[in-house]
Write a protein that binds this ligand. Structure first.
Ligand code: NAD
Length: 456
């Protein structure tokens, strides 16, 4: 693994030259990245088709488009972000100016998962580069076509001292984690997240952990079931349910369960036709191992709709299952197109259940009642979410995106990406013509009084 060590040493030297402090260089490399992506749109969408069976439209909507948006945001905001950020100075520090500088951490490691392999590699990369860092990026080994395209792109657009891609699996990740990075940005599972955190602790390296979890969708009787069903199926259907913020299970108020399920059936036909397994809109499960995992979850289940599977194409129909809290589907994040449906009678039950479980990455409430909206958003603990929609909170770059507790720590997107990859270096700049005597020894009564008076 001396190649990895050499690459890291090269990036450390590159960062020490302060080249990445040059704002124009950051903007022009981001521009080159954007041009490359636009010119090779078909290469990226073909790779995503091979890895995950996504249509070009879905790939553009959920990966490429979001990356282009992130680049545009960064290009427009880097100058403002890198200026000295002036803050108030208290009276007792008169003849001073106070500000902080958003300073790049330095050498950053980004590790990405396979489910949105382009977006989740490149959006953090854009943040890290915009903030002035050098980056080693390790995409997921399971989305190998996309990983290869990412490598080709990075090799073309960036100097290897600035940004480089290291491909490989857990063994390669382990080697990378031994290095003394200044920041680690990890997206993936809770189990690997813990390993990353442990490795980072050895060097006191700060981390962002973007993890997953079981994100509930709550359907109350105060909303037309049709719109709830349509928007939940949209969020679950994307990438065949292999989405960190996909609704993982449904809590539906007893009185509207049947109507809700009728709407689900209607929209499954509308979105995927009468034979969902044949539909181009239904993505494939990433690999045989995950397909088998999902297949075994379907054993002995009371299927309300769906249930079809096809080993050859690794596809599983959107499948809704009649469940209760003890069902095996409620044990771990499902990460596939299977949806347990559980009934409830009062919103108190819902809040109690959600808060008794690890904090999820997302929560979706379908309700037109203000009181329910207020209670659920304020009393339930979760990373972020939507009222009357699913998934799309992450498409607004003015909202921070990240988990809490078991679903992760830290956040990014838009200005939060720039902040994530920067240290806020605080400076107090004092004038030299006047000096305040009261802080210097020896203290006397007069000085003691002045000090007390200066603090409100
Ligand atoms: P994963 O944790 O298995 O892999 C993520 C990365 O870690 C990959 O690059 C992989 O090579 C590496 N890795 C795997 N095993 C490792 C080990 N033992 N030591 C060091 N590195 C290792 O995750 P995944 O299966 O690729 O992705 C699915 C998970 O990611 C789900 O839990 C999902 O919810 C979560 N996720 C979260 C977000 C988010 O933004 N919060 C986004 C997408 C996925």
């Amino acid at each position: 693994m001396s190649e990895i060590n050499d690459l890291f040493a090269n990036q450390v030297s590159y960062h020490c030259t302060h080249i990445t402090n040059d704002i124009e260089l950051r903007i022009s490399t981001l521009n080159n990245l954007k041009i490359w992506i636009k010119d090779h749109d078909d290469l990226i969408t073909n790779a995503l088709k091979t890895d995950l069976g996504k249509t070009p439209t879905e790939s553009y909507m959920t990966e490429i488009g979001l990356v282009l948006d992130a680049i545009e945001y960064a290009k427009k905001n880097i100058k403002k972000f890198t200026k000295k950020q002036r803050v108030h100075t208290p009276l007792h520090e008169f003849f001073s100016r106070s500000y902080y500088i958003n300073e790049a951490y330095g050498n950053v490691l980004i590790m990405a998962p396979w489910n949105y392999p382009f977006l989740l590699s490149i959006e953090p990369l854009v943040g890290a580069v915009s903030a002035g860092n050098c980056v080693i990026l390790k995409p997921s080994e399971f989305a190998f076509e996309t990983s290869a395209v990412i490598k080709q792109m990075v090799d073309t657009v960036f100097d290897a001292g600035h940004v480089a891609v290291v491909e490989g699996g857990a063994d390669v990740a382990d080697e990378l984690l031994k290095l003394n990075f200044d920041y680690i940005f990890f997206t993936g599972s809770e189990a690997v997240g813990k390993k990353v955190y442990e490795a980072a602790a050895k060097n006191l390296t700060p981390v962002t952990l973007e993890l997953g979890g079981k994100s509930p969708a709550i359907v109350t009787e105060s909303i037309p079931t049709d719109i709830a069903a349509k928007r939940i199926l949209y969020g679950k259907g994307l990438n065949a349910g292999q989405t960190c913020v996909a609704p993982d299970y449904i809590l539906v108020q007893e009185s509207v369960k049947d109507a809700f399920m009728e709407s689900i059936k209607k929209y499954i036909t509308e979105f995927y036709g009468n034979k969902p397994l044949k539909s181009v809109n239904l993505g494939k499960i990433i690999n045989k191992k995950h397909y088998e995992r999902l297949k075994s979850l379907l054993k002995n289940q009371k299927v309300l709709v769906g249930g079809g599977i096809d080993e050859r194409s690794l596809k599983i129909e959107p499948t809704f299952v009649d469940a209760n809290f003890d069902n095996v589907l409620m044990k771990e994040e499902i990460f596939g197109p299977i949806m347990p449906v559980i009934t409830y009678s009062t919103i108190d039950e819902v809040i109690k259940y959600v808060n008794s479980k690890p904090k999820p990455l997302a929560l979706y409430l379908f309700s037109n009642m203000k009181e329910e909206q207020e209670r659920v958003t304020r009393e339930c603990h979760f990373g972020g979410g939507c009222i009357n929609d699913t998934v799309n909170h992450l498409s607004n770059h003015d909202l921070p995106f990240g988990g809490v507790g078991a679903s992760g720590m830290g956040a990014y997107h838009g200005k939060y990406s720039l902040e994530t990859f920067s240290h806020k270096k605080a400076i107090m700049h004092k004038g030299t013509r006047i000096d305040t005597p009261y802080r210097y020894y020896p203290f006397d009564e007069k000085k003691a009084k002045m000090i007390k008076r200066s603090v409100k």
